[in-house]
Design a protein around this ligand. Structure first.
Ligand SMILES: Nc1nc2c(c(=O)[nH]1)N[C@H]1C(S)=C(S)[C@@H](COP(=O)(O)O)O[C@H]1N2
Ligand SMILES: [Mo]
Length: 322
């Protein structure tokens, strides 16, 4: 099958970019030594493609829509979102991913769809994402290490893609694999986790409207340290469920064993729902440090998304199914 380049759709833009986002983009451009963007009237896609030197003008610059998902909390700075990361394939230091992940080849990129699903096969990112409208979702992200961020993601509801792929009735879970690239990922030489990084969701969790397959943030394509070209975002779960740089999506009958469960099943469970009442064996989950803030803040049940997701777990003992 022809693996198309991602270039046609990768610059998404919203004509009604809010000033806050716009300022951030301008700050980014300034940091890159590109100077101030003249005015909001210029379409940023045009400006960006010219100034960033990403190539020829595009016939179509796809737009993303704003969504209602916005916690109305200060967004974490672009610097922190792209400079303070967990991506152990590139090292366990928070700055390692930003330092090393640029070596990751993300174009072309193939995602294999396998298992209990009608449309198995190899998909380019374009094949997977293009039929859908990119939207912006501003979500809280709570790492299991008790820090958090607010991130403006761009992506597509995973449910829309799953519906198109048509899982069979035997598909009870969705399983995701991160790429394994010897030579590009300095962290995989050490058995910190079992590679590939594997994550999974129960089918109803995967179909929940909050669950996002993300290809961008802050109005631009994902950088490799954030899981380019495509990663999962599940805002009511600890950040480690958000598997990066996905190369395989499988539909399976049995609950998959995740990399974190394999490494320490008493510390990291399959569900990993944010829960201030269930401590990690080595620290409390009752509060968190929002990156960029000084004081700790209380952690919210389901990271504040209980209205949308609590029903998925009714009757379950959350201390047991952590
Ligand atoms: N493949 C892979 N995915 C990963 C990780 C990782 O080490 N490898 N770390 C996870 C953890 S612990 C967190 S908190 C988030 C961090 O996402 P961010 O760096 O984009 O903020 O990615 C998750 N996805
Ligand atoms: Mo995390």
């Amino acid at each position: 099958m022809l693996i198309k380049s991602r270039k046609n759709w990768q610059l998404s833009e919203n004509e009604a970019t809010p000033l806050s986002t716009y300022k951030t983009r301008r700050d980014v451009l300034r940091t890159m030594g590109i100077g101030a963007v003249a005015s909001v009237g210029i379409t940023s896609a045009g400006v960006a493609s010219g100034l960033l030197g990403l190539g020829e003008a595009r016939a179509e610059s796809l737009s993303y829509i704003k969504s209602a998902y916005d916690p109305n909390e200060a967004q974490t700075s672009h610097n922190a979102v792209t400079g303070y990361n967990n991506y152990y394939e590139f090292g366990t230091g928070k700055e390692d991913p930003a330092k090393y992940a640029h070596a990751l080849t993300t174009d072309p990129w193939v995602v294999e769809v396998a298992g209990e699903v009608k449309h198995t096969g190899s998909y380019s990112i374009e094949d997977l994402i293009r039929p859908h409208q990119l939207e912006e979702r501003i979500y809280r992200m709570r790492c299991v290490e008790a820090w958090s961020m607010v991130i403006p993601w761009l992506g597509v509801p995973l449910a829309d893609i799953i519906k198109r792929l048509e899982p069979t009735s035997r598909a009870k879970y969705v399983m995701f694999h991160t790429a394994v690239r010897h030579g590009e990922m300095p962290g995989i030489g050490r058995p910190v986790l079992s590679w590939p990084y594997v994550e999974g969701l129960r089918m109803d969790e995967a179909m929940n409207p909050l669950t996002l397959l993300s290809t961008g943030l802050y109005g631009e394509d994902l950088l490799p340290q954030n899981g380019a070209p495509i990663r999962l975002v599940v805002p009511w779960k600890y950040g480690f469920k958000g598997v990066k740089s996905i190369v395989k999506i499988s539909f399976v009958e049995e609950q998959p064993q995740t990399s974190w469960e394999k490494s320490a099943s008493d510390e990291y469970g399959f569900f990993a729902n944010v829960n201030p009442q269930v401590s990690h064996p080595r620290w409390s989950q009752a509060s968190e440090r929002r990156i960029g803030e000084f004081r700790r803040r209380p952690t919210l049940m389901y990271n504040g998304y209980g209205e949308e997701v609590a029903h998925l777990y009714s009757g379950m003992d959350l201390a047991k199914y952590y």
